[in-house]
Design a binder for this molecule. Structure first.
Ligand code: CUA
Length: 355
């Protein structure tokens, strides 16, 4: 009976783990279903040692059980000491050589892949995106394209894209598990790595370095689109002029007035200017998530404008502007949600995220 209970516990634990992994998979937040070069190599490096270590574990366990059975004290054997084998050359050579070979099998791909993934010698031939990590959001500056954006970063499929990363405050870590491993984002130096996605979709990214009260909410998305869609997106973003773009509705126009009156532009740029105290809002209406985490609905956005502290504790927007009424916030939300210069939406990109 007891054995059954134990088995049941193990099975339910495994079930929970499987459920957890499946849930992660749905949101493209798993390292076990790679959709990029870095993630594929990382998974290979997980599998190789796991297989080897499982093999070693099995062999050691079998030998241990055999030894226990074969050399146990039998009835009538008083003070019996089995044959001693210390200093046996053959045995010493065998159990020294086998681990060396196994370690070499693990070390060779590990070293090769590590150097491969850190190699940025060809960075100037590819798209470069300068990333700034901020408490608790991400800024993306497309080198040479005059495109600034935040939170959702668009890249073309099957193409190496280099990310040059720096932090404006504390240490963060850039991690899109389905596309690649993680890399520290430091205030003092720039770290570079690449993403090379081989399937279109929206991939969930996380900050993987504890950076303050809203660290766990410092999420972002990598939107992988086809080469043509990417070119379209670049053109749309470049052609968007916040000065001349007419708001879609009267409410949105009123919202724009309030946006300017409340000095929102003091921190948030719309268009390609580099002001980066707060997230760039050029394509805010196209983002898959609000503040990186919440569902993108008008109600949530109003809540966020009225009291951002409720959604992201410790964020730098709190207290930086005059109090905004619910009605005013609703108009500002109207304005922000219609900011969508691009024809490419995240749905078009095969969005795996349930909105
Ligand atoms: Cu940024 Cu954790």
């Amino acid at each position: 009976m007891k054995g059954w209970m134990g088995k049941f516990k193990v099975l339910s634990l495994l079930g929970l783990v499987a459920l957890f992994l499946a849930a992660c998979g749905k949101e493209n937040l798993t390292a076990l279903d790679p959709k990029g070069v870095g993630a594929q190599k990382s998974l290979d490096l997980i599998i190789i040692p796991t297989v080897i270590m499982s093999f070693v574990f099995l062999v050691v366990m079998v030998l241990l059980v055999l030894a226990l059975i074969k050399f146990r004290k039998k009835k009538g054997q008083k003070d019996f000491i089995p044959k001693q084998v210390e200093g046996n050359k053959t045995l010493e050579v065998v159990w020294t050589t086998i681990p060396i070979i196994l370690l070499i099998i693990i070390a060779v791909p590990t070293v090769i892949y590590t150097f491969d993934l850190a190699d940025d010698a060809d960075a100037s031939d590819h798209l470069n995106i300068n990333v700034t990590g901020n408490q608790y959001w991400w800024h993306f500056d497309y080198e040479g394209l005059e495109i600034q954006t935040s939170q959702d970063v668009y890249i073309p499929v099957n193409s190496k894209v280099y990310f040059n990363m720096k932090s404006s405050d504390v240490i963060h870590s850039f991690w899109v598990p389905t596309l690649s491993g993680k890399l520290d984002v430091n205030p003092e130096n720039e770290n570079t790595f690449f993403l090379d996605a081989h399937e279109e979709g929206v991939y969930w990214g996380k900050c993987a370095e504890f950076c303050g009260p809203s660290h766990s909410l410092m999420d972002f998305k990598v939107v992988v689109v086809s080469q043509e869609e990417f070119e379209q997106w670049v053109a749309d973003m470049q052609n968007f002029d916040p000065e001349t773009a007419e708001p879609a509705t009267d409410a949105a126009a009123q919202g724009r007035e309030l946006f300017n009156e409340n000095n929102c532009l003091g921190c948030h740029a719309i268009g390609s200017s580099a002001a980066a105290i707060g997230p760039n809002l050029t394509n805010f209406g196209e983002r898959s998530r609000l503040a990186g985490i919440e569902e993108m609905t008008k109600e949530k956005l109003v809540e966020w404008i009225v009291n951002p502290e409720l959604i992201k504790p410790g964020n730098k927007m709190t207290g930086k502007y005059p109090e905004v009424s619910q009605d005013d916030a609703a108009l500002i939300a109207e304005y922000l949600l219609q900011l969508s210069p691009s024809e490419i939406t995240t749905e078009d990109a095969g969005n795996g995220i349930e909105q």
